[in-house]
Write a new protein. Structure first.
Length: 283
């Protein structure tokens, strides 16, 4: 009888300990492992991949440098997945680069003829380009210049040794200057004084550094420098109106993003920046 009682007590003790260990194991699993429903949710939840950055190459006239850099900050802040890479230069040179297959998503020209050339060659769709801004041609001299230059006729004076213009064949500002000087009968007589720059910003630099007594640039360029001052505004009747068209290059691999920036450039927010830098809007 005693043995049976003892055996019963042992069995009871073993059973009790088994239940205790089982309870501990369950508690440990619930602590260290997620619940079945959580595991299921984890299994079906889609993985969150960071959005890829799209880089847009914008070929733009050198005279737009300061305004576009301002616009870049605002646009990239609002569109963190877009990176704008600018290729600044003479509009004619940029046109040739696009014709030769250089990567570009948008083209911003300082002359309608350069945009028209690309439209004619079907490199830019006529429905995805438009005139956006206008500018004015001025003659600038160094801020501390003593040369008596107050009108285009003064360029013929002996005191004026060097007259800087952009290369007329590739730089719209140079083409406008040549047109104005031709119409005022001064082009031929000033040839010996001519210094040509690869773009309008180089012409500005020639005057800033004293390598030219006077230079033909846009009003917007003159406003960017404290080292020069406007000697005179060129008579607008003597040259073709300065118009800036913008367009999307057909070869772009980022049509949606290019269209987004193209549209933004026409917004009031962007146009206000252009106006701040001296451009006049057409809208």
């Amino acid at each position: 009888m005693f043995k049976m009682v003892k055996s019963s007590m042992v069995l009871s003790f073993v059973l009790a300990m088994t239940l205790v260990f089982a309870a501990c194991g369950t508690a440990e699993k619930s602590t260290t492992n997620p619940s079945a429903s959580t595991q299921a949710q984890s299994t079906i939840a889609p993985s969150q991949k960071p959005a890829e950055t799209v880089e847009l190459t914008v070929s733009a006239a050198a005279s737009m440098t300061d305004a576009l850099k301002d616009i870049q900050k605002a646009y990239e802040t609002k569109n963190p997945t877009i990176k704008l890479n600018f290729n600044f230069g003479a509009s004619g040179a940029l046109q040739q680069q696009i014709e030769q297959g250089a990567p570009a998503d948008l083209f911003l020209s300082a002359a309608t003829k350069n945009m028209k050339a690309l439209v004619d060659k079907q490199l830019i769709d006529t429905n995805q380009q438009k005139k956006l801004l206008t500018n004015e041609l001025v003659a600038v001299i160094a801020s501390d210049a003593k040369a008596p230059i107050g009108n285009v006729g003064d360029l013929s004076k002996a005191e004026v040794k060097n007259v800087a213009i952009g290369i007329p064949e590739s730089v719209p500002a140079g083409s406008y200057a040549k047109e104005a000087l031709t119409n005022t009968k001064l082009w031929d007589s000033l040839q010996s004084k001519m210094v040509q720059g690869k773009d309008v910003r180089q012409v500005l630099q020639y005057v800033e550094t004293g390598n030219a007594d006077v230079g033909f640039v846009y009003k917007t360029d003159a406003l960017t420098s404290q080292k020069v001052k406007v000697a005179f505004a060129v008579d607008p009747k003597t040259y073709t109106p300065v118009e800036y068209p913008i367009g999307i290059v057909k070869a772009t691999k980022h049509s949606k993003e290019a269209e987004g920036f193209y549209t933004y450039l026409q917004s009031k927010e962007a146009l206000d920046v252009f106006v701040k830098y001296g451009f006049t809007t057409l809208n």
